[in-house]
Design a protein around this ligand. Structure first.
Ligand SMILES: Nc1ncnc2c1ncn2[C@@H]1O[C@H](COP(=O)(O)OP(=O)(O)OP(=O)(O)O)[C@@H](O)[C@H]1O
Length: 415
C-alpha cells in the first residue's frame, strides 16, 4: 500500500500504536493495512482502471483539507477517514457534523452527541463578537467584563481545562447577577440580557458540561451533531472543542492523539471559531492535534488552511475563485497546474502529499458504515415512486441528511 503523509525515507518515531496492526485490517481481510494507516482508496489511472491501494498515515499528526464542489464526495471522504480513525489505535476522532450526515459512524462504534460546552470554554474577549455586540460599545464591554469577572477562561492560554473536572465555569445566572449588581446604564444591561437570552436559547452552553477534552478522552469516535443549530452557536462549539483539545494535549491530559474533523469548514472560518482553527493549523502538530477541514468553498477558507496543510484532497472544482485557492498549493515539486489534473467523477480526487512531494489521482474507497449525505431527488421521494407504481424502485427512501430545520435560521435577539 502506498501511504500518504508518511515519508518512508524519514520515518517518524514510532508510537506504541504503530506496532499494533490496524483494526481495519481485520475488517477488510482482503488486504493487510499497515499499522497506523487509514485506507483511503486506490490509485486511479487515466483509463479509469484502479491500481494499488492508497492509505493515509495516522501515526503522526496532520493538517488536511478536503475540497470539492457540492456532491463530489467531500463529506463521504471525511467519513472514510473517520471510519479509518475509528479502527486505528492511539487516536481519538471528533467529527463536527453541521448537516447531520455522520450518524452512520455508530456502526463503527462511534457515539453521536448533541454537544454542550461550558461558557468558560469561550474566552471573555470573544463573547461580544459571539453575540453580535460591538466589544467597544457599552453593552459589548459590559458583557466582556461580566464574563471575565465571573471566571470565564482567557481562551486557554493559562487555564487549560483539566481532563477530569475542567475549570469552574460561570452560568448565565452568574453572569446576569454580576450585570444586575453593576452600575452600568439600564440600556446596556437590557441589551446584554437580551443577547444572553439568545445564547441560552441555542442550548449549547451548560455550566456543568464536562470539559470539552472529554469528547476525545477514551478513543471512542465522537460525532458532534450540530444539525439545526444556528451557525454562531455551532461556531462556539467548534471554538471550544478545537481550543479545548489543543490545551488538553499541551497539558498532556489525553492519552491518545486527537483528530478534529470539520465538515462544512467554511462556516467556521471568519467567525468566533476562526482563531482556534488557525491555532490547530499553525501549531496543532507540535503537541499532536490533527485537523481535517472539508469544504465546498475553498475560497471561503483562509490561505493558511492550504499553506499549513500537509495533505490536500481535491475533488472536482469549477468556480474560478475555488480553483485559484487550489493553485496556492502548487508547490515547486508539482509539475503543471493542479486544476488541470482534477478528476471529474464522484468519489475521485487529486491527493497532494507534502511528505512525499507527490500528487496522485485516487478513487476513494466505499464506506463500510452508512453515509447520510447526498442529494435529495424528487424522482425518488415516496410520492414520486407511489405515483409511478413503484416501477424500478427497489427501495423507497429520501436520500439526504436531515431535512433543513427551520430552527437552524439565526433567530432574532429576543426583545
Ligand atoms: N468514494 C465514493 N464511493 C462511492 N460513492 C460515493 C463516493 N463519494 C461520494 N459518493 C456518492 O456521492 C454522494 C455525494 O457525496 P457527498 O455527500 O460526500 O457529497 P459532498 O461533496 O459532501 O456534497 P455536499 O457539499 O452537498 O455535502 C454520496 O451520497 C455517495 O452516494
Amino acid at each position: 500500500m502506498h501511504v500518504i503523509g508518511r515519508d518512508d525515507a524519514q520515518p517518524s518515531t514510532p508510537s506504541p500504536a504503530a506496532a499494533t496492526p490496524s483494526r481495519e485490517a481485520t475488517a477488510d481481510s482482503a488486504e493487510t493495512i499497515p499499522p497506523s494507516t487509514v485506507r483511503l482508496g486506490s490509485f486511479l489511472a487515466r483509463d479509469g482502471s484502479t491500481g494499488a491501494a492508497v492509505g493515509v498515515d495516522v501515526d503522526g499528526p496532520h493538517a488536511a483539507v478536503i475540497f470539492g464542489k457540492r456532491g463530489t464526495g467531500k463529506s463521504y471522504t471525511l467519513g472514510v477517514i473517520a471510519e479509518g480513525l475509528a479502527a486505528a489505535e492511539g487516536v481519538s476522532p471528533v467529527v463536527v457534523d453541521p448537516m447531520g450526515v455522520f450518524g452512520g459512524l455508530r456502526e463503527a462504534g462511534g457515539r453521536v452527541v448533541e454537544p454542550s460546552v461550558p461558557p468558560a470554554a469561550i474566552p471573555a474577549s470573544a463573547w461580544p463578537d459571539l453575540l453580535g455586540l460591538d466589544p467597544e460599545s457599552g453593552a459589548g464591554s459590559l458583557l466582556w467584563r461580566a464574563v471575565a469577572d465571573t471566571g470565564a477562561s482567557d481562551g486557554g492560554t493559562n487555564t487549560a481545562p483539566d481532563a477530569e473536572t475542567g475549570p469552574e465555569s460561570p452560568s448565565f445566572e452568574d453572569i446576569r447577577d454580576w450585570i444586575d449588581a453593576s452600575r452600568a446604564p439600564d440600556a446596556d444591561r437590557r441589551a446584554v440580557d437580551n443577547h444572553l437570552r439568545l445564547a441560552e436559547s441555542w442550548g449549547v452552553f451548560d455550566a456543568d458540561a464536562p470539559p470539552v477534552a472529554s469528547f476525545a478522552a477514551d478513543g471512542t469516535p465522537t460525532v458532534l451533531d450540530l444539525a439545526g443549530v444556528p451557525d454562531r452557536a455551532a461556531a462556539a462549539v467548534v471554538r471550544a472543542v478545537a481550543r479545548g483539545l489543543y490545551d488538553a494535549q499541551v497539558d498532556g491530559a489525553l492519552d491518545r492523539l486527537p483528530w478534529l474533523l470539520v465538515d462544512e469548514a467554511h462556516v467556521f472560518f471568519g467567525g468566533v471559531a476562526d482563531p482556534a482553527l488557525r491555532t490547530l493549523l499553525t501549531r496543532g502538530r507540535a503537541p499532536g492535534v490533527s485537523l481535517v477541514c472539508a469544504t465546498q468553498r475553498p475560497n471561503a477558507v483562509p490561505s493558511v488552511a492550504v499553506s499549513q496543510s500537509d495533505l490536500l484532497v481535491a475533488h472536482r472544482l469549477t468556480a474560478e475563485s475555488d480553483v485559484s485557492r487550489l493553485a496556492e498549493a502548487e508547490a515547486t515539486y508539482l509539475a503543471g497546474s493542479l486544476a488541470s489534473r482534477l478528476p471529474t467523477g464522484t468519489g475521485e480526487a487529486l491527493v497532494v502529499d507534502d511528505a512525499t512531494e507527490t500528487a496522485h489521482t485516487v478513487r476513494i474507497r466505499e464506506r463500510r458504515t452508512s453515509h447520510g449525505g447526498g442529494s435529495p431527488r424528487a424522482s425518488r421521494t415516496r410520492a414520486a415512486v407511489e405515483r409511478s407504481g413503484g416501477a424500478g424502485a427497489t427501495e423507497v427512501e429520501m436520500i439526504g441528511g436531515k431535512p433543513p430545520d427551520t430552527a437552524s435560521c439565526e433567530s432574532e435577539v429576543p426583545r
